[in-house]
Design a protein around this ligand. Structure first.
Ligand SMILES: [Zn+2]
Length: 381
């Protein structure tokens, strides 16, 4: 239908269908949760560190961005704060918003971060990396080959393409090359179209960029191959998995982006799932939930990343209240929300949350409990 795409594009420009309400939030009984006027502030950092190996602290940064701290180790996934307007994205050249990045990373010891990840290289996943990398001089960068090409002027020596380690466990290492208690496994995946069957800025970059990004357009940051990640947080002796999460920064079709089963048998403690465009990814989120059977779901990439940071939160373009409702109901149908899972945040969060899912507010902290050692099905290898 030739009229369909222009109508959908107009919808994005006018933010038609940008919902902002979760009808049933068990942590806010009796009233719908309106992201435009939330009844509380995003939860701050939990007081004091957790007992070693007992919990992981996670901060939702907005879009597909996460900061994660496991004992003495910390990583970033897809940090993005600049939120250029649609007009700038379509017509302007790349520019990062320094004050927004500073605000978004405020209070985080970014200089200690050991690794930064992105599953694909659209601007809302890697677009702030030149600025973030300057704040995180120790961090290795794990992006797809397109992202590695784009980052060549900024971080060639510390970037690894996910394609190079795909299908095997890759350990983070310290300054002396020693293993740190975090490892990841990159799973080839796919990126659902954003509009109709259309995927914006698709395809790979084939050569290293030589110029600073200011001479490029946002559209020049091509998606490249999309990866999902399995990340294991390990015991301090590195022998067993203490916490396992799945990270997806683009919705994928049924049967794609599903990790193999691992012999250790450790369950998925958390699945970070991308809700944006999920309705264009056949069979989702049911299929990925059936495969992973996660103990809890962190619903990410729901917030409009074209809004100015000081504007109220709405859902990404074309994500309606009804679509969010269907998504959350699917999680409950697949995983069961009736009884406590013991896997949700142990601190009170402001964003809507149930025993099986949480939609954290941008900037919100969550402390997720690891299974007690006795409960863990995990066997040393
Ligand atoms: Zn994307």
């Amino acid at each position: 239908m030739p009229w369909r795409r222009p109508v959908l594009l107009a919808g994005i420009v006018l933010c038609l269908g940008c919902g902002h309400i979760v009808r049933n939030a068990p942590n806010h009984p009796g009233a719908p949760f309106d992201f435009e006027s939330p009844p509380c502030q995003p939860a701050g950092p939990p007081a004091g560190p957790p007992a070693k190996g007992a919990a992981v602290d996670v901060r939702y940064l907005g879009a597909a961005g996460l900061y994660l701290r496991w004992g003495d180790d910390s990583i970033l996934l897809g940090p993005f704060f600049s939120n250029p307007s649609l007009l700038r994205v379509l017509l302007g050249r790349w520019r990062a918003n320094g004050p927004a990045i500073e605000r978004g990373l405020g209070g985080l010891p970014v200089s200690d971060v050991e690794a930064i990840f992105a599953g694909h290289s659209h601007y809302d996943h890697v677009g702030d990396l030149p600025a973030v990398l300057a704040l995180a001089p120790r961090a290795r960068v794990y992006v797809n080959r397109s992202g590695a090409h784009a980052l060549a002027p900024y971080a060639a020596a510390r970037t690894t393409a996910l394609e190079d380690g795909s299908g095997q466990w890759v350990w983070l290492t310290g300054p002396g090359g020693e293993k740190r208690p975090i490892r990841f496994f990159a799973v080839p995946s796919e990126h659902a179209p954003q509009i109709d069957h259309y995927l914006w800025a698709k395809g790979p970059l084939k050569e290293d960029w030589r110029e600073p990004w200011t001479s490029h357009r946002f559209y020049d940051l091509k998606a490249g191959e999309t990866f999902a990640l399995v990340v294991d947080l390990m015991s301090s002796d590195l022998q067993s998995v203490r916490y396992r999460f799945y990270y997806q920064d683009a919705a994928n079709r049924q049967g794609i982006g599903e990790p193999p089963s691992f012999p250790d048998g450790h369950p998925y403690d958390l699945a970070v799932l991308c809700i944006a465009s999920y309705d264009k990814a056949k069979g989702q989120p049911a299929a990925i939930l059936k495969t992973l059977r996660p103990r809890h779901v962190l619903v990410a990439h729901y917030d409009d990343f074209m809004r100015q940071q000081d504007r109220p939160v709405r859902f990404v373009s074309l994500l309606t209240d009804a679509k969010v409702e269907t998504y959350l109901q699917t999680i409950c149908r697949e995983l069961g929300c009736g009884s406590p899972s013991g896997a949700g945040p142990t601190n009170p969060v402001c964003g809507p949350s149930s025993s099986r899912w949480t939609l954290p507010l941008p900037g919100e902290w969550m402390r997720f409990p690891a299974l007690s050692v006795n409960n863990s099905a995990n066997q040393p290898k």
